[in-house]
Write a protein that binds this ligand. Structure first.
Ligand code: TYD
Length: 200
């Protein structure tokens, strides 16, 4: 079972992803939490590069996909084969939202590279934590180069549009609430999905 968390910077994804891992473990499930970009040594090196350098949009896209190819091939795929629950702090939807809706790269190209790097893996559930960009950005102390208001506004619209197109996979949560209230919704989303999968 693959579950991804998506949303703009400062939406609170990482906190919720951590809470979900703990919650699933308390219930006796074997859950692994991974982040993108990162998760492998090459992926973490690419992450540093991406945050430090100012690559051209296409270069940026290829670097995210390179990190993803490592993460999927070396960790996600084997972990899923072992029957683990894999929780991802960002996945392919981030690339479509940031590099296509945000940077303006061709959506078909991004989708094709996403599919290839992810080996066709699609999360069973994607939790989108949605939040007004100005609230999300005001939560962040050290802003990275992705975190400027105009860009993030386009990214947020991108996430919402992707979610509208793939309603059966997405669960949208209003992130403008205390973490504990957001987590109640996360649990609800996961329980509903597990229930639905059991019926199949
Ligand atoms: P993230 O780990 O969410 O940032 P932080 O740890 O600083 O909160 O991700 C780093 C940045 O990379 C983030 O601003 C979003 C961006 N990103 C993309 O542009 N495309 C992608 O495919 C991914 C996975 C992330």
């Amino acid at each position: 079972m693959l579950i991804s968390f998506e949303g703009i910077d400062g939406a609170g994804k990482s906190t919720q992803a951590r809470k979900l891992k703990e919650y699933l473990e308390e219930r006796g499930l074997d859950a692994v939490l991974l982040r993108e970009p990162g998760g492998t040594s090459l992926g973490e090196a690419v992450r540093d590069l991406l945050l430090r350098e100012e690559p051209l949009p296409l270069t940026e896209l290829l670097l995210f996909e390179a990190a993803r190819s490592e993460l999927v091939g070396r960790l996600i795929r084997p972990l899923l084969d072992e029957g683990k629950v894999v929780i991802l702090d960002r996945f392919t939807d981030s690339t479509l939202a940031y590099q296509s809706y945000g940077r303006g790269l061709d959506a078909n190209l991004v989708e094709e590279l996403n599919r290839t790097a992810a080996q066709g893996l699609v999360p069973k559930l994607t939790i989108l934590i949605d939040l007004e960009p100005h609230i999300a950005l005001s939560r962040k102390r050290d802003k990275n180069r992705f975190e400027n208001a105009d860009f993030i506004r386009k990214v947020r619209e991108g996430f919402l549009e992707i979610a509208r197109k793939e309603m059966e996979r997405f669960y949208i949560i209003d992130g403008n609430r205390p973490p504990s209230a957001v987590f109640e919704e996360v649990k609800k989303a996961v329980e509903e999905k597990l229930w639905e999968l059991r019926k199949l």
